[in-house]
Structure formats: structure tokens, C-alpha cells
Design a protein around this ligand. Structure first.
Ligand SMILES: Nc1ncnc2c1ncn2[C@@H]1O[C@H](COP(=O)(O)OP(=O)(O)OP(=O)(O)O)[C@@H](O)[C@H]1O
Ligand SMILES: [Mg+2]
Length: 187
């Protein structure tokens, strides 16, 4: 059964995003493991040593597994506490492995200007890693992504697609064990 994946947002210059890989995730544990596999990408020098932190958008319907990916990533970085959905708080901030990680969820926005009203642009400018659920609800104010994960229900599990939107995003992925699957590249 093929999954219905959410629409893909394009980079500011409208260049097509490269599909890096497409995987089936049979259960929630494998979604967490996928998040954990991103840990070397968000702790590498390219991700952390610039004024603007790496930005990862997490796309997919309600319940697709976006927060589960974030939980797996945070656990792999050494966070042992709760990983709550930011649906009501807009932002859950973490400091772990000597990095700041900001987990956003804009699902409840009625208007994209709420992003500016809440002063959230400042978090994207302080060098922390930004993971964003429902980024499209904050367009055009939310900064463009370096990487995007799209999740969709597939059978009793999920399909995840990882796309690269910047050279920096691609450089960060080289630090992970995630290998691009040539058969998933767009023709
Ligand atoms: N690969 C998978 N197979 C089956 N269930 C999964 C899988 N990955 C995650 N789940 C389950 O899906 C449910 C929803 O996950 P999660 O809260 O991460 O979704 P979400 O995309 O963040 O949703 P929302 O948009 O409401 O924030 C959880 O019960 C989680 O355990
Ligand atoms: Mg969520």
C-alpha cells in the first residue's frame, strides 16, 4: 500500500529538493530509532557552529509520528526526561549534549503572524537546532528548512521521506549512518 505523503515545500529559491531516502517504519520504536539516527547530524560542526541553527521541518498529518521522531532524537542526545508535544505551548526548549534544541508545533496558529507576535523568530537566530511541526502554518515567517522529514501512515506503520534543502543539510547528513537510496532520487 502506498502512503499519501504530505505536500513538499520548496526552498526559497524554488530549486527542487532532493529526496534523500524513503523508509518504511513498522512501529513507533522504529520511528524513534530514525530520530536517533539524526543525532550525529544535529551535533556536527556544520549544524552548530553558525549564527543560525540547523532547521528541520517535520511534516505529516495529526498522529503521523513527528513528535516520536523528536523524542528519539532527544533520547539519543542524552535527554532522559519527558518529551512533551508542544501543541499547546508552541515551543519546548531543551539543552542537551551542549546544544540548544527547540521543538516547535504551530498546529494551533490561526494566522501565520502569531509566529512574529510570539517573538519566535529569535529562537531561529541564536544557533540552536530547530525542529518544526506544522511549519506551513507559520509561512512565510518561519525560516526555510535545511532538511525535511515527511511522515505518513502506511499499513500499520509509517512511511518516512527525508529531503535535503540546503548544502548544509546535506553536509550534516554525511555524519549519520543514513545512506541515500539512489532508487528514491527524483528522475
Ligand atoms: N512507525 C509507527 N508505526 C505505528 N505507530 C507509530 C509509528 N510511529 C509513531 N507511531 C505512533 O503514532 C502516534 C502519534 O505519534 P506522534 O505524537 O509522534 O504524532 P505527531 O505527528 O507528532 O502528531 P501531532 O500532529 O498531533 O503532533 C503515537 O501513538 C506513536 O506511538
Ligand atoms: Mg506532534
Amino acid at each position: 500500500m502506498s502512503a499519501h505523503l504530505p505536500p513538499i515545500h520548496h526552498a526559497a529559491d524554488d530549486s527542487p529538493a532532493a529526496l534523500y531516502l524513503s523508509h518504511h517504519l513498522p512501529d513507533a520504536a522504529s520511528t524513534e530509532a530514525f530520530g536517533a539516527a539524526l543525532a550525529p547530524a544535529v551535533t556536527c560542526e556544520e549544524a552548530c557552529k553558525q549564527a543560525r541553527g540547523l532547521v528541520i521541518w517535520l511534516s505529516g498529518d495529526l498522529g503521523a509520528g513527528k513528535t516520536t521522531v523528536t523524542r528519539g532524537l532527544l533520547r539519543a542526545l542524552g535527554h532522559s526526561g519527558n518529551v512533551k508535544s508542544p501543541t499547546y505551548t508552541l515551543l519546548e526548549p531543551y539543552t542537551v549534549s551542549r546544544i540548544s534544541l527547540y521543538h516547535f508545533d504551530f498546529y494551533r496558529f490561526n494566522h501565520p503572524d502569531e509566529f512574529l507576535d510570539a517573538g519566535l523568530d529569535e529562537y531561529f537566530a541564536d544557533g540552536g537546532i530547530c525542529l518544526v511541526e506544522w511549519a506551513d502554518k507559520a509561512l512565510p515567517h518561519v525560516p526555510q528548512s535545511d532538511l525535511q522529514l515527511s511522515l505518513a501512515v502506511e499499513g500499520s506503520g509509517r512511511r518516512v521521506e527525508l529531503r535535503v534543502f540546503s548544502e548544509r543539510g546535506r553536509a550534516c547528513l554525511t555524519h549519520t549512518s543514513l545512506k541515500t537510496d539512489a532508487s528514491t532520487r527524483p528522475t
